[in-house]
Design a binder for this molecule. Structure first.
Ligand SMILES: Nc1nc2c(c(=O)[nH]1)N[C@H]1C(S)=C(S)[C@@H](COP(=O)(O)OP(=O)(O)OC[C@H]3O[C@@H](n4cnc5c(=O)[nH]c(N)nc54)[C@H](O)[C@@H]3O)O[C@H]1N2
Ligand SMILES: Nc1nc2c(c(=O)[nH]1)N[C@H]1C(S)=C(S)[C@@H](COP(=O)(O)OP(=O)(O)OC[C@H]3O[C@@H](n4cnc5c(=O)[nH]c(N)nc54)[C@H](O)[C@@H]3O)O[C@H]1N2
Ligand code: SF4
Ligand SMILES: [Mo]
Length: 762
């Protein structure tokens, strides 16, 4: 057995792992003590990773669907030649609007995204859809307005805070903060520190809290507005911070002073005294921060929720300091900046044909894609590539996705497994797993210390599967958007891999691209084919990290130097690239100082702009909220994080130790009223669809609320769906009108008894 350092790929934390490997299996999985971020921490899910690496749905060969729906094995040559020809024909006949790219990276694999996104350029399309467009783009839009760029992204220093507000997140199960369970335990055990959870469910996190505000689902905007109103009324805001670092506070203050605090507390169904206690405690704390997630994003008022959440830490001055919220740097450019009000290079942003939707941070929202494909216009989407995503299970409105994907002229799926989406594809292309190739994630969203982990392969690719860099580079070559050889660059790349050779290579690359401007969008594949071939340990896929490391070191010179990397302004980036390549565990990229937050603000005045007219309008319009209907009396949380779900990354149901059915959680009194007992089958119906579910009586949910997990419903080895395919219940139209973020946490449903199966009643 050999021990390897790698990382977990199941959530955005990507904890470092030390894994013993034998016969193609991940045998013993421990936390990697040498990982500077996770320092040995892991949760229960990581131990099950062999179920990702080895299972019966793994793809081994390229597959082509036949007219009768069966798949036959084809060669890479045949598949890529035909796909390239069909893509070019569609581009020629209908232009770039006919193509959309979906996905491009999951929880652990973003290196491939540098390569796959090149296909958009080759197709002259801007339509990039991915999961961030159904959860976080509202947040990115707000960041654009408040901090100046949609790439300005905040993080929270829970570890050092004296007072933490967890709003609509459950880090005990879903993580999202470093070493969540340890950090929560420390918070709980320290009498000097306060932990508040705002959640309609007494979640595993809420169970550890000092104060739990168990509000009604969907009412966070009222509650947060009331918290803010109390703070400004009582003069608890940080006037010095606001006048030094922010603009527009007076306008915001005027609106907040008009909030009817007692009425809003009542709407949220939280005792006023508790709201006052939290407002005062949070404002008085020496160091406080706010951590939020889907509980306020996948629900009513998603944008306003994000705005108010940011105001909470800003009006109290908990920004740009230890224990507060901060901006951070990142190495991989995960997000773009696409302000819908501004023109880019004289051109307005590309809006979609049917919904007229603009991108946010460069991303289009999955909720609109079925309509963009199904609408009858000449300008509809006709060809789709799906990579590292399983929209048939994970995007809202499964029925609409099924119809849309079945109507495509070309659907190609790149995945490690035969997924529900792959079953509808014309071609299925097998990717090497994340333990069979060089990989990395762009979730390096930390401040002041930021990390990066380039992971090396532990196994050979299964069957004929290939890493994404090879798949997309071959496809671009077939499409003839890049040549197969770059003699000059290849020659320079063969120099000894040291600092001066890197500089010579980058100079040659710049000269090549300057004389062939059409190749600029394909720099990743060009680096891969040239510099990549000369990197040690066959790490070709990592080649695009050289220019990124140089850019990072230039932008954050002092912080990268502080992290221990050595070099002058010319050579530091190359040193950083060397460190990334040589490290087997994660490395420290940069060590910032808290004051650096201000250099990351995107507005030229380096201030945070607080008065966002659209948000102040929505805040004023809040009183016109309508209650749930009598036909659908329950609010379903359609997609809960539990101990045994991890998006759709696992397919083999054997990975789960508990909760095999992905049960519907319901309050005991609601269950009694419906005549339901633990383990009973029940029907859960929304306006969009229905599911047969198994009941679990659970007094942690509020009355009137039911929950189903996400991450279930796969048809492993062609079986019936295992557990709830929750997006049969969600509609593409049930979403925020501006960002199109689905209201997954607020799906009105009816729950009813089903007859027990004959065997059970017998
Ligand atoms: N175990 C596990 N962990 C995961 C994942 C996974 O699949 N499984 N997925 C990862 C991904 S992609 C993401 S985006 C994150 C998401 O992580 P989270 O957002 O933390 O997880 P959720 O369970 O979806 O929702 C969080 C909380 O929101 C609460 N909630 C529901 N409705 C409301 C409401 O109206 N108001 C408030 N305030 N709260 C509400 C729920 O009760 C729940 O406790 O998790 C990541 N981590
Ligand atoms: N109703 C409802 N729907 C939801 C949610 C919810 O709470 N409720 N949560 C939403 C959220 S927050 C998210 S982030 C999305 C996640 O949904 P998706 O973006 O679809 O991502 P995953 O479920 O992680 O699917 C990952 C796919 O990548 C494949 N894969 C794994 N490794 C590799 C690799 O190395 N290469 C390639 N090419 N493929 C690989 C896996 O086999 C799997 O098919 O789901 C969303 N859907
Ligand atoms: S916290 Fe996330 S990355 Fe860490 S071990 Fe658990 S699932 Fe894996
Ligand atoms: Mo997510």
């Amino acid at each position: 057995m050999t021990t390897h350092q790698t990382a977990c790929i199941l959530c955005s934390r990507n904890c470092g792992l030390a894994i013993e490997v034998e016969d193609g299996h991940l045998r013993k999985i421990r936390g990697d003590e040498a990982h500077p971020g996770s320092r040995g921490y892991i949760c229960n899910k990581a131990a099950r990773l062999d179920y990702y690496q080895n299972h019966a749905d793994r793809l081994r060969h390229p597959l082509k669907r036949q007219p009768d729906g069966c798949f036959v094995q084809v060669s890479w040559e045949e598949a890529l030649t035909d796909i390239a020809a069909r893509l070019l024909a569609i581009r020629k006949a209908h232009g770039g609007d006919a193509f959309a790219f979906v996905g491009g990276g999951g929880q652990g694999n973003h290196l491939g995204g540098a390569y796959s996104r090149q296909l958009l350029a080759a197709m002259h399309s801007r339509y990039a859809y991915n999961a961030l467009g159904q959860e976080k783009t509202g947040d990115f839009w707000l960041n654009g307005r408040m901090f100046g760029r949609q790439t300005c992204h905040t993080t929270e220093d829970v570890e050092h805070a004296d007072y933490v507000l967890f709003i609509g997140c459950n880090p005990y199960q879903s993580h999202g903060i470093p070493n969540a369970r340890d950090v929560l335990r420390d918070l709980k055990n320290d009498p000097q520190r306060t932990m508040v959870v705002i959640d309609p469910r007494r979640s595993e996190t809420a169970q550890q809290a000092d104060i739990h505000l168990q509000l009604k689902p969907g009412t966070d905007a009222y509650l947060m507005a009331a918290l803010l109103a109390i703070i400004v009324r009582e003069g608890l805001h940080d006037r010095v911070f606001l006048s030094k670092h922010c603009a527009g506070f007076e306008e915001v203050e005027k609106e907040l002073l008009a909030i009817p605090v007692a009425e809003y507390a009542q709407r949220a169904d939280v005792p006023l005294a508790d709201v006052e206690r939290v407002a005062r405690g949070f404002a008085a704390a020496r160091r406080a921060c706010v951590r939020i997630d889907l509980g306020i994003q996948h629900t009513l008022h998603t944008l306003l929720n994000g705005y108010l959440e940011k105001l909470l830490y800003l009006v109290t001055g908990n920004f740009g300091r230890q224990g507060g919220n901060n901006l951070h740097a990142y190495l991989l450019p995960l997000l773009g900046h696409t302000d819908e009000r501004k023109k880019r290079k004289g051109k307005a942003l590309k809006r979609t044909a049917h919904h007229g939707m603009h991108p946010i941070a460069g991303i289009y929202p999955p909720n609109i894609l079925p309509d963009e494909i199904l609408h009858p216009g000449e300008d509809r989407v006709r060809a789709v590539f799906v990579d590292s995503a399983n929209p048939l299970l994970t995007y809202a409105d499964t029925d609409a996705y099924e119809r849309a994907f079945q109507s495509l002229e070309l659907l190609v799926v790149v995945d490690v497994a035969m997924t529900e989406t792959a079953h509808l594809a014309h071609y299925v292309l097998p990717a090497a797993s994340q333990f069979e190739k060089w990989e990395a994630t762009g979730f390096n969203l930390e401040f002041p210390t930021n990390f990066f982990h380039l992971r090396h392969p532990l196994f050979e690719p299964l069957g004929e599967s290939l890493p994404e860099p090879e798949i997309y580079t071959r496809l671009l070559e077939k499409m003839e958007v890049i040549p197969t050889r770059f003699p000059l660059l290849a020659l320079v790349a063969w120099l000894e891999p040291n600092v001066s050779a890197h500089l010579a290579y980058l100079g040659a690359l710049a000269a090549t691209l300057a004389s062939h401007k059409a190749w600029i969008p394909y720099a990743a594949s060009i680096l891969y084919r040239t510099l990549g071939r000369n990197l040690p340990d066959s790490a070709a896929a990592a080649a695009p990290l050289l220019p990124l490391a140089v850019q990072y070191a230039t932008q954050h010179y002092a912080a990268v130097s502080r992290a221990g990397h050595e070099g002058n302004r010319l050579t530091l980036g190359s040193a950083l690239f060397h460190a990334i390549l040589a490290g087997r565990s994660s490395i420290v990229l940069s060590q910032h100082e808290f004051a650096d937050t201000w250099s990351l603000v995107g507005h030229p005045d380096r201030r945070i702009h607080l008065a966002i007219p659209e948000m102040l309008d929505e805040l004023r319009a809040l009183p016109t909220e309508s209650p749930p209907s009598a036909d659908y009396p329950f609010v379903l949380m359609a997609g809960e994080r539990r101990s045994y779900n991890a998006n759709q990354i696992f397919r083999d149901p054997a990975w789960r130790k508990v909760d095999k059915h992905g049960a519907l959680r319901i309050h005991p009194e609601d269950a009694a009223a419906l005549g339901l007992a633990n383990g009973d089958p029940a029907n859960c119906r929304s306006a969009r669809g229905e599911l047969r579910v198994v009941v679990e009586i659970d007094d942690t949910v509020r009355r009137g609320m039911v929950t189903l997990p996400h991450g279930y419903g796969s048809r492993y080895q062609g079986s019936e769906p295992i557990g709830p395919a929750v997006n049969r219940l969600t509609s593409r139209e049930h979403c925020d009108p501006f960002s199109k973020t689905p209201y997954h946490k607020y799906v009105p449903v009816r729950v009813s008894r089903l007859p027990l199966p004959a065997s059970a009643s017998a």
